[in-house]
Write a protein that binds this ligand. Sequence first.
Ligand code: ATP
Length: 379
Amino acid sequence: MRIKFSEKINKIIKNLALEAKNFGVKIYFVGGLARDVLMGINPCDIDILVEGNAIDFVKSLNFAQIKSQHLDFGTIKAQIEGIDIDFASTRVEIYPFPGCLPKVQKIGCNIKDDLIRRDFTINSVALEITPDLDFKIIDPYFGQKDIKERTLKVLHDKSYIDDPTRILRGLDFKLRFKGFDFSENDKKLIKNSLKTPNREHLSKDRVILTLNKLFSDKSRAEKAFCEFVDKEYYKILFDYFPASKSNIKKAFRIFTPENTAQVYVKYILQIGQNPSGEALKAQMSNSRLEIYKHFKNLPQEDICLYYALTLDKKALLYQRELKDIKLNIAGRDLLALGFSKGRIIGEILDKVLRKKLAKNSTIITFEDEIDYVRKTFIP
Ligand code: ATP
């Protein structure tokens, strides 16, 4: 099969294929890149799998600038003609305990043994890179059939137990690629794995990383959250999860934060660890100045999260009435009016701000503020 790359990439890949032949290794596109190509999606990043030791291979190239390497995993990042390329060695991995990070058992195994450690059959297809750029499809686990049938299937029945983040990765693929869904067998496997989740050795960091990826796309984040709750995927982390889908939906609608993942992931961790929202309410009076000062320096994501957890009306007031109010005058303007340096400057600025924050305030422009200072503080 052919892949539409730019002339420059074609030249690099061709050179790599020739070098690999001389070096005595086979090289492949795998994972997301192979899957995307087979689905007709143009690839963005170039990752190459070396059937053997990728570090030895890349070090043998005189046209590659090495950027970093990871001896334990046999991975190496290099730059070739200005393009960053990740190279990985084929490897066998094992899971000593359910949910923990995998251990590399062997580097440089055959391609079939590498492909079987993958998450889904759709990600277990390899495209062998040859100098004629006519990529040969290696598909021992029938990934092409599942791509065609838009089915998410793990490669063995213990897969979700070994690594529950695959449930979340699957959900991400399901929402990202139209028409995809878990196979009926996978739905059962997921349900079973969640019945008795084994969290003792769970790599929480990896779960959080995967959640961040799942919730990073604004257009899918809400759907992802609803399935996360409805299908009880939270059981990967917690037994009990009293989330309110409507509260978080409402918070997103009102506060429209840029970084959706940050809000959802913090919300999930907070609700799972300590579900009592009331206790999280910030202690502050009803003073508009105090409310303004409390929220002013917080990122929109934090205010959205706070509201989703507490439904505190003060956050709403800030968002709707106070957020965009800013003082136009600064200390230097007061000095120019004849005030002397010192605490008084801060006190006057605070008083002008308090006046501006008042409901239906008529102080809006720079001139209004100066006028107010003159009338109020200059005898
Ligand atoms: P995309 O980058 O388009 O989101 P991807 O599948 O390439 O998709 P990566 O997270 O970069 O995403 O993973 C690269 C490949 O590594 C996957 O295609 C898959 O084969 C393998 N992989 C990633 N995570 C896991 C996992 N938890 N278990 C098994 N294999 C995995």
